[in-house]
Design a protein. Structure first.
Length: 270
């Protein structure tokens, strides 16, 4: 069997955890890692009953992106070849795991990204309007600026080649993690494919927390992280240490970065 690890970042998912673990176990014999990101409910107690599940505990909440970064490190240290990331809120179907494993086994990609919008499935849920609009806008911008052809830039249901992830400079700890991931994937010329997954929203009122609950501020945050990732990628290509970019770039800067990302893609990643 392909040496793969199923990694689930979770924060206060006591309501779903038992069921999701049971369904993952029924779908694949692959090892399971849960990144318990500072949960304050009974998540830790539930995990303690599952001796066959690997657990990475964060003493405090460090963020979605940091949980994924830790999952990649965990997998690399234990010689897994692939990490499949999925949420633990029943919005990602464990029954799809064999599809991701089969796509990984074909060895044609480095990132296999689930897309809720690649195919229109009858009976699919309707996403909250602000989330769909932000996804649409960000996906279009990523495609235009990075030369990608994505249909869903935010789906967390993905298979990642571990050796490829080790080449990326991933530091974004929060929900804007995909902004950095896609820039770094292009910088390192990774092979990306999408496969369709079902669009499921079990709780349309689920919130991000803090300022990100405001759609306008969330979009601005994503765009800022994206521009910072572009700047860091250009500095990495030039051999300089990455630094944070202060302020929001204007239209002229956006055009300049389109050229620089294209140039960045001509060089192999180290």
């Amino acid at each position: 069997m392909l040496p793969a690890l199923i990694a689930m970042p979770i924060f206060n998912e006591e309501r779903h955890l038992e069921k999701v673990l049971r369904e993952v176990r029924a779908a694949t014999p692959a090892d399971i890692l849960v990144i318990n990101d500072g949960s304050t409910d009974s998540t830790a107690a539930i995990l303690a009953r599952h001796r066959d599940v690997q657990v990475c505990h964060h003493a405090r909440n460090q963020g979605y992106g940091q949980s994924l970064i830790d999952a990649f490190h965990w997998a690399a240290q234990r010689d897994y070849e692939w990490v499949i990331t999925m949420d633990c809120d029943e919005q990602h179907e464990p029954a799809m795991l064999p599809e991701f494993l089969a796509a990984a086994a074909r060895d044609h990609a480095d990132i296999i990204s689930g897309s809720r919008y690649l195919n229109h499935a009858p009976g699919a849920d309707v996403p909250p309007p602000d989330r769909r609009q932000i996804n649409r806008e960000i996906t279009a911008r990523l495609n235009r600026r990075l030369g990608l052809n994505l249909t869903d830039s935010f789906c967390g249901f993905k298979a990642h080649r571990v050796s490829a992830m080790q080449r990326l400079r991933l530091t974004e700890p929060g929900y804007a993690f995909p902004m950095q991931l896609w820039v770094e994937a292009v910088r390192c010329r990774l092979r990306i494919v999408e496969i369709p997954v079902r669009l499921i929203y079990t709780d349309p009122n689920r919130h991000f927390g803090g300022a990100l609950d405001d759609p306008k501020r969330r979009l601005r945050h994503y765009l800022r992280v994206f521009e910072e990732a572009l700047a860091a990628a250009e500095l990495a290509r030039a051999g300089a240490a990455p630094r944070r970019v202060i302020g929001r770039p204007g239209r002229r800067q956006a055009g300049r970065w389109r050229c620089r990302v294209a140039a960045c893609c001509q060089d192999p990643c180290h």
